[in-house]
Design a protein around this ligand. Structure first.
Ligand SMILES: [Zn+2]
Ligand SMILES: [Zn+2]
Length: 288
């Protein structure tokens, strides 16, 4: 790695974008999708869905707004923490331009990411929604973000569906509704029997469904990896992970203050260094 880079290789962000237009575009799309949909969804809940529902069904508006805001703050807060974490290994200054290897010692579990053009400590995967890699320093925020994104999506899905049932008399026939709801709503909108507002709410329901399903999948996958002592990179490439106990994997990933982190979006310290010296002998013979 690094050997293909010419001696004039620079870290200028404009050059980086020009070198990788597709992955940069995917990063921009992913980050804009998550942030806009989460913020606009929360505004929609706060200003339209919850007031209307509390008026129609007689529940406490303040407590539902507080619950929605709490889940939103956890999802968005952990997202921002994950996105702002420094995940890469420090590059060593090259002593001569002939020395291609910019990371003379790549520790066990660290891997190079082509999109970020960085070596990531305990590399898990590159996340286009986050616009950067998930690694040792932000994995816990990524896990909490997945969990709270799933929870806030389920909450928004249920309340928005109830709101549509109350305001537009939309019929929900169990989970199979989602196979027919979008095509039938688009047809009714096209022929003028449904307004744009109704169609946008239907689209929002699918956004919530995606968030709930995606968040739950990532959270479950990360829990599985934690039990197995693996990273996504290791699982995909068939590499052996660590031989440590489940509890050690748990604290290595989530730190010592995991309960606090699960309840509030806080910048909490990691447990170790993410270097894994002496954990296993496999460090030298894996290739990539
Ligand atoms: Zn990356
Ligand atoms: Zn590898």
């Amino acid at each position: 790695m690094g050997s293909a880079d010419g001696p004039k290789q620079s870290d200028n962000w404009i050059r980086r974008i020009l070198r990788r237009p597709l992955t940069t575009t995917l990063n921009v799309i992913g980050v804009s999708y998550y942030t806009s949909v989460t913020i606009l969804g929360a505004i929609l809940q706060w200003t339209v869905v919850l007031p209307e529902l509390s008026h129609a069904l007689g529940f406490s508006l303040a407590s539902h707004r507080a619950l929605m805001l709490y889940l939103f703050a956890n999802a968005m807060g952990n997202y921002l923490l994950a996105a702002s974490s420094d995940v890469h290994l420090k590059k060593r200054k090259r002593t001569s331009f002939l020395t291609a290897n910019r990371y003379p010692m790549i520790p066990f579990r660290a891997h190079y990411c082509k999109v970020c053009d960085q070596c990531i400590r305990k590399h898990d995967h590159h996340c286009f929604i986050l616009g950067k890699c998930v690694g040792y320093n932000n994995q816990k925020y990524f896990i909490y973000c997945s969990l709270h994104t799933a929870l806030v999506s389920v909450y928004a899905l249920l309340t928005t569906a109830m709101y549509m049932h109350v305001s537009f008399k939309t019929k929900f026939l169990g989970p199979f509704t989602f196979f027919t709801l979008l095509p039938s709503s688009m047809e009714r909108w096209f022929f003028g029997s449904a307004g744009s507002q109704e169609l946008l709410l239907v689209l929002f329901l699918y956004v919530c469904l995606t968030g709930a399903f995606g968040g739950l999948c990532f959270f479950t996958w990360q829990m599985f990896l934690m039990v197995m002592g693996l990273t996504t990179h290791e699982a995909i490439n068939g590499e052996r992970g660590t031989d440590t106990s489940i509890w050690e994997n748990f604290t290595d990933t989530l730190g010592k203050y995991w309960l606090l982190g699960m309840l509030a979006p806080l910048p909490l310290p990691q447990y170790g260094t993410g270097m894994y010296e002496g954990v296993t002998q496999l460090a030298r013979n894996h290739s990539d």
